[in-house]
Every structure is written in structure tokens, then in C-alpha cells.
Design a protein around this ligand. Sequence first.
Ligand code: GLU
Length: 289
Amino acid sequence: MSYIGRFAPSPSGLLHFGSLVAALGSYFQAKAMQGKWLVRIEDLDPPREMPGAASAILATLEQYGLYWDGEVAYQSQRHHLYQSQIDEWLKSGQAYYCQCSRKQIKASGGYYLGACRALGLTNAQNCSVRLRMDNPVESFEDLKRGKIEIPHALAHEDFIIKRRDGLFAYNLAVVIDDIDQGITEIVRGADLIEPTGRQISLYKTLNQTPVRYLHLPLAVDSSGNKFSKQNHATAIDNHNPKPAIMKAMIFLGFDLPKDFSDCTIEQMVAWGCKHWCLSQLPDEINIIP
Ligand code: GLU
């Protein structure tokens, strides 16, 4: 089977160092396998979007020599796919409406215990939609980290696939898209280890073979915070990409040649594809001073 990888940024802000690491890692892994590398804009949550971020992200990828295969996919154009899957599950009883508030769930210990499972609620208004958890996943294999255990309560929770506010949940959209786009391996940041079990359970519920996963080390700043849009991580420089790309490659474990900064961006990326190997990836979270 041929390799299809992807990079799936949310346009809630511009690309920062952490997202560059994920973009490069997924690109190198795909190209080292002579595979395709797709880009999907995860514009699922309009209130959290930054106007212009989607096109700025794509422009940045090009500046960094990361050219995607095929058309860019936008989750905002794929609502019909998510909704029709939810409708099918509501009909079959695999999913159900839930009226519990976050406060109520917190009060009952933090995990949702299925209070609305048997209520047969039919009114979508002010309700979320939850998936009946018939395929709990308590562990999975990560290509670099080996077996990752998922806490029992988390694995068994009927999780939300459509929010009360009408937005589709990330886990549902990401799995439907990864299946639809034929993704064979997911390479992304370690901050997404936690939802992976739920995503694998969705593959199982959809009778699909789960993909392979590789979670890259997370870039954190000197105070231990991950680089994220929520933490207002600084955007990487579009006009002078060499310093950030070299820093990200060192972060990914490459031993760069002495004259590397004389290369063009395209040469740097090509060198990275050629020399990429998983064993060079650091195990621990690296601190970026
Ligand atoms: N859109 C997610 C993010 O920007 C990544 C999703 C994924 O790689 O599965 O954090």
C-alpha cells in the first residue's frame, strides 16, 4: 500500500515553531517513504479562527519549501460528511443526544457516565451528540514511543461527536477526513496523544482498519508551556525561513552539516527527506530556550 501522510493545521493562528516541527516531521516521514503529503485546513471552529490564517499558513508552508500533493481540503466544506455519519448513528442508536452540562459532568467526577444514554432524547436543541462507546481503546502503539496506555475512564467515556453549540467535534471530523483521504499514517505533535484512543475507537466503530501513529516530541518554551496559538506562540518568520527550519530540524534530531545554512530552502528540505530516520528523534520533550 502506498503511503499517504498529512499535515492538518487549525487556522486559529499563524504557524509557530511547534506547528513547523509537526509540518516538517510529517513531510519528511511521508517523503522518506516516497509517499504523498496532504494538507487539510481544520477550520471547524469559526469563533476560534483568525481571519486570513488559512491562506497565511499555506503561504508559509510554501516559503518553507513544503509543497503538498493534491488539493488542500477544508473541513468547513465537509460538514455534510460529518452530519450524515451522525444521522446514521443517531438512527441506529450508536449515538444519542445528551443534555448534560459540563458543570454537571464535573460534579459527577469529571467523566461522563452515560446519564442520557437511555433517555431517548430527540431534540437536538441545546443538546450535544455522544457516541455510545462500544469499542473502547485502552492502549495503542506509537511508532516511536511504543505502547501508550489510556486511562480506563477516558477510554470508556461516551464522548462528544457534535457539540451543544452545533459545531462538529474534532475527533469525529479528523477521523472521517483521514479515512476519506486515504491517510495511512498520522505524524503529529505529542499534544494529540490523548485523543488518539478515541480516534482509533472511531475507526473501529466505522469498521475501518486504524492507521499507524507517530507522535513527535513536543516543543515547549523555557517555562514548560507548549508552543500553541492559545499560548500566543510567536509566528515563524515567512521572509527568512532558514533559521527556523534549521532549529526545527535540530529539534527533530538531525545532525546538520557545517555549511547547511548555505543551502537553499529546497535543498534543506530535500536533505531532510534523505536523512530522516525515526531513531534520531529525541525521546524526551525538548526545551527551546
Ligand atoms: N488540527 C489539529 C491542530 O492543529 C491537528 C489535528 C491532527 O493532526 O490530528 O492541533
